[in-house]
Design a protein around this ligand. Structure first.
Ligand code: URA
Length: 210
C-alpha cells in the first residue's frame, strides 16, 4: 500500500508552529510550543488504534466497554524526537519506548550515521509511533523505518513530524511503502546543508539550547 501523508491543520497548531519557526522564540517557549503541538497531534495519530470490548461492572450493571487492543510502541529519533516524546508518554503511559540515534555527517549531509539503537520487542499487531520533528531529506526516516522493520515488518508504523520537506516525500515514497505520516506543514525547500526552508532551524539545538 502507498504511504499516506496527512497534514493536520488547526489554528492552535498553526499558532504554535509560528512560535517554533520564529528565531526569537526562547528555548523554554520553544519546548512549550513543541509540547502543545505534540499534544494536539496525539488525538489524530491515535485515531486508528484498534479497540476490543471488555466486560466490566459499573456501580449498577455489567456492561461491555472498549479498551485498546493493540500495544503501543513509541520510538523517538534522537535527539529532537525527545521533544515530542514527553507528550506521547503522558497520554500513552503503558507504551514501550525505543530510541534510534541518527546523526547527519558533517561533511556529507546526505549520509546518516546511526550511533544508537535500542528498540523493544515489536509484534505483528503493535501500533508503532515514530517521533521526529523534522523530515528534511527523508533519509533518517527511511533508515529508522528499515531498522524497525528488521525487528517486525508487519506492525503498523505511524511517523509523526512537525515539518516535512517536499523533496523528502518523493524520496520516501520511492523507497518505503505502507507508512502513515502525520505532520503539521510541508515546506518547499532545503538549503545547501539540507536544512528545511523556511523551517525552524535545528530542532534538537533549539529544544536543548545547544
Ligand atoms: N533537522 C532539523 O532539526 N532541522 C532541519 O531543518 C532539518 C533537519
Amino acid at each position: 500500500m502507498n504511504n499516506q501523508w496527512k497534514v493536520i491543520e488547526h489554528p492552535l497548531i498553526k499558532d504554535n508552529l509560528t512560535k517554533l519557526r520564529d528565531k526569537n522564540t526562547k528555548k523554554i517557549d520553544f519546548a512549550a510550543s513543541l509540547k502543545i503541538i505534540s499534544n494536539l497531534l496525539i488525538f489524530e495519530v491515535c485515531k486508528n488504534i484498534k479497540t476490543k470490548l471488555k466486560t466490566i461492572h459499573t456501580p449498577f450493571v455489567e456492561t461491555q466497554s472498549p479498551i485498546l487492543s493493540q500495544k503501543i510502541i513509541l520510538i523517538s529519533i534522537l535527539r529532537a524526537g525527545l521533544g515530542m516524546l514527553e507528550s506521547f508518554k503522558e497520554i500513552l503511559p503503558n507504551a514501550k519506548i525505543g530510541h534510534i540515534g541518527l546523526k547527519r555527517s558533517e561533511e556529507k549531509f546526505n549520509f546518516i550515521q546511526q550511533y544508537y539503537l535500542n528498540l523493544p520487542e515489536i509484534n505483528d499487531n503493535d501500533y508503532v509511533i515514530v517521533l521526529d520533528p523534522m523530515i528534511a531529506t527523508g533519509n533518517s526516516a527511511i533508515k529508522a523505518i528499515n531498522e524497525i522493520r528488521k525487528i517486525n515488518n508487519q506492525s503498523k508504523i505511524i511517523f509523526v513530524s512537525i515539518i516535512v520537506s517536499k523533496i523528502s516525500k518523493q524520496n520516501i515514497d520511492q523507497k518505503i511503502k505502507n507508512i502513515s505520516f502525520f505532520t503539521t506543514a510541508t515546506d518547499p525547500k532545503l538549503n545547501k546543508k539540507q536544512y528545511i526552508i523556511p523551517g525552524l532551524g535545528d530542532a534538537g539545538d533549539r529544544f536543548f539550547g545547544t
